[in-house]
Design a binder for this molecule. Structure first.
Ligand SMILES: Nc1ncnc2c1ncn2[C@@H]1O[C@H](COP(=O)(O)OP(=O)(O)OP(=O)(O)O)[C@@H](O)[C@H]1O
Length: 436
């Protein structure tokens, strides 16, 4: 690690924050503190477990915002209600309640001071906003632990950089940091990538292959896009995390795992649990230390610092950039998009870079010839899930075909504009045979 990335802890600054306590009304359990977010459900892994047959196992998520508590329904069977209204995502009035099934969850909002990281950087990460300094303060505690962390954030928010920063601030810093992109390959290859295989384990296994768990040794394994982990590999990962042992494909003996696991996703894993595309037990096993990275649009005061540092790192002379305009943009591709913009601005000048970046393009709609035609019919005699899957298929295919055509086949540009991870766009391209 270079000198300017050395992490020195000089004690925390503090800031006054809202804090909240939630409890089941009429119950005997003590209130649960709402730190940043918590899952409510009838499943045993939920932070607020509710024994109510009308409550889904992973039902809703309570989130603490600057303006109070918000509730997000996670695709529950019977819905989430605030003030008698069924809601998808809504603010809960102070002293109010959320109703799930027959259960009323009372919310009490308080004020308290919370520690902030004292500077505007944490290893390679930049961020002077209160939100990022809160994240940085948490990262040091995560670095000092050996538990699995789940980093959640939109594409380009810096999830991989956060994982590296945790590794570099941990006692494992001098050991390997191994990245496995769970969205990049089919299940059987991914299993071999994670756990390795013996020579002759399957056709084409001409020699022994060491998986990430062995390559990482006492270092850190970063499972990127863990939400894309195929269903058949999920129990194998769960087993490895629980037992700290693994088996190379084609071998019978188990070997110890000494590495630490960090994971990241841009997906809402809790909602995937309800859809049946992610195992509930694995979700709770990964979500031991959740870290939420806010999108750039929610911490616009970080933009001038990031711009200045990226220009400095390139040795570029100061550029006359319209900071007010840059700060007003929504940056769907987050810091990655900002970085691409700066690269363009260094080469082309600020004016031209602004003119060609997607947020100022006059026409961002899909041309009519790519609008994909009619959606599949709704036949109510068929199961809802089948029809929903067909619609999602249709939407994915139409969107990706049109976006590729619009962006001249540039997958990075498609991912940036769509707010999706590049690896996920690649997956959609493969899934719908658009690469042929
Ligand atoms: N806080 C930050 N400070 C400095 N650079 C950052 C920060 N956040 C992100 N970046 C830069 O933005 C780019 C994208 O970051 P990264 O690949 O870590 O994002 P990600 O969330 O993992 O993206 P994806 O979900 O698409 O895989 C990288 O060039 C990274 O160095």
């Amino acid at each position: 690690m270079s000198d300017d990335q050395t992490i020195e802890y000089q004690g925390a600054a503090t800031e006054l924050f809202s804090t909240a306590y939630v409890r089941v009304a009429g119950g005997t359990d003590p209130p649960v503190k709402l730190e940043s977010s918590l899952v409510v459900g009838s499943g045993t892994g939920a932070a607020l477990t509710i024994a109510d047959p009308l409550v889904s196992r992973v039902h809703a998520q309570l989130e603490l915002g600057e303006d109070g508590v918000w509730v997000r329904d996670l695709g529950s069977r019977n819905g989430t209600f605030v003030e008698g209204v069924r809601v998808g995502f809504a603010r809960v009035p102070s002293g109010g309640a959320v109703v799930v099934g027959h259960t009323r969850i009372a919310i009490e909002v308080d004020r308290e001071t919370r520690p902030l990281w004292p500077t505007d950087r944490f290893g390679p990460l930049l961020g002077g906003s209160v939100k990022m300094r809160e994240v940085f303060h948490r990262l040091l505690r995560v670095a000092n632990s050996d538990a699995v962390a789940l980093i959640h954030g939109e594409t380009g928010t810096g999830k991989e950089l956060v994982a590296r920063a945790i590794h570099e601030a941990s006692v494992r810093a001098k050991r390997p940091f191994v990245v496995v992109d769970c969205g990049a390959m089919p299940g059987n290859l991914l299993e071999s990538e994670l756990f390795g295989h013996a020579k002759g384990a399957f056709t084409g296994a001409v020699s022994t292959h060491l998986g990430a768990v062995e390559v990482a040794a006492e270092g850190t394994i970063f499972l990127d896009e863990v939400g894309e982990l195929p269903l058949d590999v999920q129990p194998k990962l769960l087993r490895a995390l629980e037992s700290h042992t693994f088996r190379r494909i084609g071998e019978t003996n188990y070997r110890p795992i000494r590495a630490r696991f960090l994971t990241a996703t841009h997906r809402n894993l809790a909602a995937m649990v309800n859809e049946g595309t992610f195992r509930e037990d694995l979700f709770f096993r990964l979500n031991v230390l959740p870290i939420a990275i806010p999108p750039l649009r929610d911490r616009r005061d970080d933009i001038p610092l990031i711009v200045a540092e990226m220009l400095r790192a390139r040795g570029a002379p100061p550029l006359d950039l319209p900071m007010t305009e840059l700060s007003a943009r929504s940056w769907p591709g987050n810091v990655r998009e900002l970085r691409s913009f700066i690269e363009r601005a260094v080469t082309l000048g600020a004016e031209e870079a602004l003119a060609i970046s997607p947020a100022t393009r006059p026409e961002t709609k899909v041309p009519a010839e790519h609008s994909g035609g009619a959606f599949p019919p709704v036949d109510v005699s068929r199961p809802f899930k089948d029809i929903r899957d067909e619609w999602i298929d249709h939407l994915e295919r139409t969107y990706v075909t049109s976006a590729l055509s619009y962006h001249g086949g540039n997958v990075t540009a498609v991912a940036e504009a769509a707010g999706l991870a590049r690896s996920y766009v690649h997956r959609l391209i493969r899934k719908h045979g658009l690469d042929r």
